[in-house]
Design a protein around this ligand. Structure first.
Ligand SMILES: NC(=O)c1ccc[n+]([C@@H]2O[C@H](COP(=O)([O-])OP(=O)(O)OC[C@H]3O[C@@H](n4cnc5c(N)ncnc54)[C@H](O)[C@@H]3O)[C@@H](O)[C@H]2O)c1
Length: 390
């Protein structure tokens, strides 16, 4: 099978996968409704930070192994259709399953029963089964459907797709074999699960990460609230003690995946997932705590100028989706501080030198590499332990 269409192909997950597949001998079509992204990618420009993507994109466009389009008709002529669009939660933290179903439904009239359909978004457990029924109702025979979750670290997708084992699940042996054939060309190892197991495995992976951050953040707040140094204690705990090696630093646990996937898992367990809910309260509470820490240092935040460094959801990345730095900004403004948000990767923010020269104090939102060697001579809050402790 050579011709693969990726629906959502210009997104953070679709594009790296498309590039790796194109570079591995497949004819790849990236289909996306985002016309601006389609134009940019077609002109050889990667619209977001993704290591190694720029060179690969130029190469695949030159070699004509990659087509980028918003023309939905391209789907007719494909052997494989991979769906990688967003899977958000709603205002009640319940998964918006209909958004996933609507995308498949939209393309269904253009698809045919011989195509292998691969779901790759992080989906609510049971979604594969619902889509199987939808395809069956449309085609009148058992479809070829697989769910093969994406597990990359955003920004490192190209490298990770080639190094991480791929979980493959499918509703039939035929679909499983065909999906395995594709992924074994780009992945070092294939792991088989049933669809519901695979759906859960992805949600549990992200939730586990979210819980790890929550533990560190809870301890950080507990300790620092008492005027003690969390990192002094953490260093002592980890020193030559193997069982504490994986203990993470405190830091804003944000972005488009960890929160919403923990909430998807919570919805799956009928909102009885207390650990996940608690992690959400802790991680979402950290921005408020950091603002309080600064308030304690300054006495009051009213009319204070605060430089907020790092507005993206994680370091050395340009993605601001669900970034908790914006929550810090809101909280500071609520306390009548004047915020000078700065980020080398985000448009319309202050230059670092300007923010630092005018400010009375600093909060480190995200530890971009540009900030690591700064010497801050004003009061600051740095939950990441990047700057010298004061
Ligand atoms: N971002 C990550 O690091 C990451 C890692 C693993 C898994 N995931 C999962 O992958 C999925 C996609 O995440 P993302 O970060 O790539 O999202 P994204 O918003 O960056 O990409 C989704 C893309 O789908 C496109 N799209 C939406 N509706 C469409 C339609 N009807 N037809 C064609 N294209 C359409 C959008 O224009 C966008 O380009 C989510 O389920 C997410 O949880 C994300």
């Amino acid at each position: 099978m050579k011709r693969i269409c990726i629906v959502g192909g210009c997104g953070h997950v679709g594009l790296p996968l498309g590039l790796v597949l194109a570079n591995s001998g497949f004819e790849v079509t990236l289909l996306d409704i985002n016309k601006k992204a389609v134009e940019m990618i077609n002109s050889g420009v990667v619209p977001f930070k993704e290591d190694g993507a720029q060179e690969l994109l130029r190469k695949e466009l030159d070699e004509k192994t990659l087509v980028v389009t918003d023309d939905i008709n391209v789907i007719k002529n494909q052997e494989v259709v991979i769906f990688i669009t967003g899977t958000p939660v709603d205002e009640h933290h319940n998964p918006k399953i209909h958004e996933v179903l609507d995308v498949v439904k939209y393309y269904l009239p253009l698809m045919n029963v011989n195509q292998l359909v691969i779901l790759r978004s992080t989906i609510y457990p049971g979604t594969t089964q619902i889509i199987e029924q939808m395809l069956y109702n449309h085609f009148g025979v058992q479809p070829k459907l697989a769910f093969c979750p994406e597990r990359i670290l955003q920004g490192k997708g190209i490298e990770e797709i080639k190094n991480l084992p791929q979980i493959v699940s499918a509703i039939s042996d035929k679909a499983r074999q065909e999906a395995e054939e594709i992924f074994s060309k780009i992945s070092p190892k294939i792991i088989h699960l049933d669809p519901m197991e695979a759906e859960l495995s992805k949600l549990m992976t992200n939730t586990w990460r979210y819980l790890e951050f929550a533990v560190a953040n809870q301890f950080y707040m507990m300790v620092e609230d008492k005027g003690l140094d969390f990192y002094k204690i953490l260093d002592a705990m980890k020193c030559d003690y193997p069982r504490a090696k994986s203990f993470c630093k405190a830091g804003l646990a944000a972005g488009p995946c960890l929160f919403k996937d923990t909430m998807q898992l919570s919805a799956f367990y009928r909102n009885q997932f207390f650990l996940g809910q608690s992690a959400m309260l802790v991680n979402e509470g950290l921005p408020n705590f950091l603002v309080q820490q600064l308030e304690k240092k300054l006495g009051s935040l009213k009319n204070k100028k605060v430089a907020l460094l790092g507005m993206t959801f994680k370091a050395d990345n340009d993605d601001i989706r669900e970034s908790l730095s914006f929550k810090i900004k809101k909280e500071l403004e609520f306390k009548l501080a004047q915020v000078f948000a700065s980020d080398p990767y985000v448009k319309d923010t202050y230059k670092l030198e300007d923010a630092l020269s005018v400010c009375d104090a600093v909060i480190l939102g995200v530890p971009h590499k540009e900030y690591l060697d700064l010497k801050i001579d004003k009061p600051y809050v740095d939950c990441w332990n990047v700057w010298e402790r004061k």
